[in-house]
Design a protein around this ligand. Structure first.
Ligand code: PEP
Ligand code: MG
Length: 548
């Protein structure tokens, strides 16, 4: 007899895909931080100040030790910045003042850091993404004041999916791919430390998943870090595995089953992300991630050193360096924009050069200098280009500096509809579907509520990409896609059918995309593209393509 109560099936939670790839496993939540005890009067304020300072010093020393022992450069740098925050004079002074005003050490620390946290949240963007660093600092100092251990990662005895509000740098730096299969956080953003470090380790990650904390410990979940979906209770066939998926074992080129080549490239933020991965090249080197902690603009020498590390990892291979994409969701401390009512529509990406041409010129000189000393095939491209004139000006600047291969990103619909004209001045285009969706659909890319509009299978987005690809085919110049959508294997088939020549994604996503392309002829890809373009909505487009 059939069950009278139908099985409701897996429940789907939505967030933002922050690190591509999928993983299945039991979910376990990061332990709660220490609770503040009920306030009591302070007997000896000066002794209490010393207690607070001793706790701050101990935490600062502990974080510095972790920074020195960090497994990779990204983690080390992030922890060093956190240690610097802990050692900042204003924190000690503020805490002393609060204690002398009658607050016990843990309460004083919590109050002062709460003030700094509100300021960061009010600043928005990248600075707001640093709020978790202060929360972690507070928890560590409070735990130390109270003589309690700090909460650490769960240890269920098998690899697991880590669920948390957000991860502090100290926790994120400990993410060991041998133990943690994927990460889901209820807070965070694409640029939070959780996302940066998870990407560096190739861990599928979904952030800003509002209902993540409702997942009960031990429930098997499927995490899709590409689409931002978490399906809960979906792993009936799940058997615990003892080792995480490995990075692609050998390099081989992307192509359809009948040999039509499509370069499969990596999206990276620093050289460490290339360790141990075999890729054809780098399609998007997000240089702003290197400098997000800098108070002052990075010097020419600092930049040359950073770029040279990436180029050295890619001898004889292509590396497309994107010039600083600052502003809006990626504010840089040394490029603070003021008085902008709507930063996403303001001075961001290449537009920063309107005010700070010196920063762009220094960066281009640094890329050129590092390229001269390397064997990588270095190309450079600008983010957020809107007009043909902007593309022409950028190209001239780069060529004058000795960089022969210059392209622009297509992220603004105005640029997409003029792709053919832009291609008369540049060598290649790279479509950034994350921002192109945001601007074409007037939908904030960080909004979980508008995820349906930001679906890359939206026919209007496909039409814009098709315009760019056709413009490239017409003049025989490369048109790549480097937005997150390129990591969706079925979508990659469609993009190939549209005439896109390269796909750039998180390195961990490449094997699945390679396999999807290898399973179809180029004619089948073209048929898939036509079906997707003809569909009236994303679901129909997806369904039509999976039937091919
Ligand atoms: C994009 O917008 O699609 C893109 C690749 O750039 P970013 O995500 O860094 O804005
Ligand atoms: Mg972008």
């Amino acid at each position: 007899m059939r069950d009278l109560v139908p099985d409701p099936g897996p429940e789907l939670l939505r967030g933002l895909g922050a690190s591509a790839g999928t993983a299945v496993g039991p979910a376990y939540r990061l332990a709660d931080p220490p609770r503040l005890p009920a306030p009591r009067p302070v007997g000896d304020p000066e002794a209490e100040v010393q207690r607070a300072w001793a706790a701050i010093d101990a935490v600062c020393a502990d974080i510095s030790r972790r920074a020195d022992a960090a497994a990779d450069a990204t983690s080390g740098e992030i922890l060093r910045v956190q240690a610097a925050l802990a050692g900042d004079r204003t924190l000690r002074d503020g805490v002393a003042q609060a204690v002398r005003a009658g607050h016990e050490a843990p309460h004083a620390v919590a109050a002062i850091l709460a003030g700094h946290r509100s300021a960061l949240l009010a600043a928005g963007g990248l600075l707001a993404a640093r709020a978790a660093d202060l929360d972690d600092l507070r928890d560590r100092v409070v735990a130390h004041c109270l003589g309690l251990p700090m909460p650490t990662l769960p240890d269920p005895g098998c690899p697991f999916v880590l669920v948390a509000v957000d991860l502090a740098p100290a926790d994120a730096a400990l993410l060991d791919p041998a133990r943690v299969l994927a990460v889901v956080t209820s807070a965070g953003s694409f640029v939070s430390h959780t996302a940066i470090l998870a990407r560096a380790r190739g861990l599928p990650t979904v952030v800003a998943c509002g209902r993540a904390l409702e997942i009960a410990d031990g429930t098997v979940v499927t995490v899709d870090g590409t689409t931002g979906r978490v399906s809960v209770g979906s792993g009936e066939d799940y058997t615990p595995i003892s080792a995480p998926p490995t990075a692609p074992a050998a390099e081989h080129r992307g192509q359809t089953s009948d040999g039509h080549p499509v370069a499969l490239l990596a999206n990276i933020g620093c050289a460490a992300e290339l360790t141990g991965v075999a890729v054809e090249g780098v399609g998007l080197f997000r240089t702003e991630l290197l400098f997000q902690h800098h108070i002052d603009p990075p010097t020419l020498a600092e930049q040359v050193q950073e770029y040279a590390q990436v180029f050295a990892a890619m001898p004889d291979r292509q590396v497309i360096v994107r010039t600083l994409d600052a502003g809006s969701d990626k504010p840089l401390p040394f490029l603070r924009e003021h008085d902008e009512p709507n930063p996403a529509l303001g001075i961001r990406g290449l537009r920063v050069a309107r005010r700070r041409g010196d920063i762009l010129r220094t960066q281009i000189s640094a890329i050129a200098a590092a390229a001269r000393e390397s064997r990588a095939r270095v190309a450079v491209m600008a983010p957020m280009v809107t007009t043909v004139a902007e593309a022409a000006e950028f190209t001239a600047l780069c060529r004058d500096a000795g960089l022969p291969t210059v392209g622009v990103m297509i992220e603004v619909p105005a640029a997409a509809v003029r792709a053919a004209e832009i291609l008369q001045t540049v060598d290649f285009l790279s479509v950034g579907t994350n921002d192109l969706s945001q601007y074409a659909f007037a939908a904030d890319r960080r909004s979980g509520e508008l995820a349906d509009l930001l679906d890359p299978w939206q026919p209007a987005l496909l039409s814009l990409i098709a315009l760019c690809a056709a413009a490239g085919v017409a003049v025989g110049r490369p048109v790549g896609v480097c937005g997150e959508a390129a990591a969706d294997p079925a979508f990659a088939v469609v993009l190939t059918g549209l005439g896109v020549t390269s796909l750039s994604m998180s390195p961990t996503a490449i094997p699945a995309v390679r396999a999807a392309l290898a399973a179809h002829t180029v004619e089948e890809c073209r048929a898939a593209a036509q079906q997707a373009l003809a569909a009236g909505d994303p679901a129909t487009a997806r369904a039509a393509v999976t039937r091919i």
